[in-house]
Design a protein around this ligand. Sequence first.
Ligand code: NAD
Length: 470
Amino acid sequence: MKAHDGMYIDGDWRPAVGPDTIAVVNPADEQVIGQVPAGTAEDVDAAVRAARAALPGWAATPPAERAARIAALRDVLAARREEIAETVTAELGSPLGFSQMVHAGVPIAVAGSYAELAASYSFEEKTGNSTVLLEPVGVVGAITPWNYPLHQIVAKVAPALAAGCTVVLKPAEDTPLTAQLFAEAVHEAGVPAGVFNLVTGLGPVAGQALAEHEGVDLVSFTGSTAVGRQIGATAGAAVKRVALELGGKSANVILPSADLAKAVNVGVANVMSNSGQTCSAWTRMLVHRDQYDEAVALAATAAAKYVAGDPHNQASRLGPVVNAKQHSRVRGYIAKGIEEGARVVAGGPDSPHERGYYVTPTVFADVTPSMTIAQEEIFGPVLSILPYEDEDDALRIANGTVYGLAGAVWAADAEEAVAFARRMDTGQVDINGGRFNPLAPFGGYKQSGVGRELGTHGLAEYLQTKSLQF
Ligand code: NAD
């Protein structure tokens, strides 16, 4: 994918107002693979104006026609699947097979789900003597991170378009090429000019200008809790809607009746996938005291199989982390875990390769709930295993962080696991390894966020109600 040197605004690639650019770096070999413009407040303003001008026409477009455009977008993404996978691998570093299956596959499924929902959803309800109209919120400012670069864009743009909103996207600075490819796909799908706009740029410049712009009606943000808190405050002061998908520190609770080997192996795979850069990863494994040593040995063996290497090599089960900053941050957390007394049973802080931002998959045993590695989001291939005494203790540990994004429970029968899951303060729980469902609401309890993405709940974020009384 060749980088565009402009912004996609009002249906066209336009030169950026300022001269600055952002270098895109391949984290596997640290080579610069492209340059994209670093947008300014003026670029953001032009994009918001285009989105505002396109709003009345798109909002009035019949849902069936909006659905047809989203279906066309899904088809373009499907036709360009290989290119998407190659682009994500080039700028994020994930193994190519994972990029094909997940980074390309999931957004295609999500776009498809919104093509169907836009066509079938009832944008009008009756209650008593009222008719309730579900109308688009307006212009959406979407700000996305780099870890699932296309998924996070589609999880915002597809429901926004389905609802009749128009969008300005500011993607992460590490993965702008995937966002440019998405803009090309929107264009190819025949979405009218101005309905979707892209401004690449730095978070504190272009991102902040978008979040603060008075022409934006809803800010939908996915990223760190620190930036989310700031965006929430800005939106609150302007009495503007906001959706926040933030960090996590999810618990994988293995009850004594569970198939221990399966639960541990799936748990390790969950943490290592995407080099641990998954906000919903189960980074804390909770095991009963009596099974603890066995679980630790199983996890260490499983983690050793995750060989980090060239994402184009089929033997690599793990790529690098996204950039130099994350590389030192993640290894800093590993050093902190050792310093606070946790026991390394696999991996450690040393990089497995001289070149590229690789981290050795790491497993810690003897982790206590108050340790930094058990409380803070690491966002790397690092698993902490904590022992518990009984179910109440497991629940206290599982719920004992500021986050509440996801989790897992394993038990001999689903009912036992569900009873435990009901007591967890978290937005998503996988029961005995339940599969990802693109229609299930995704979002956080506590400091993991506000609002939900995906399915009908995700669509509702982009709608506001008007009641007519008869
Ligand atoms: P980040 O918060 O630094 O950046 C996210 C986005 O916000 C980027 O586009 C960035 O340019 C922009 N941004 C940065 N500063 C800004 C500002 N002052 N104003 C407006 N925009 C700004 O996060 P990151 O490092 O890109 O992503 C990693 C974090 O995202 C992790 O904490 C992870 O848990 C979280 N995350 C959450 C979810 C979820 O669905 N809950 C999904 C993916 C990532």
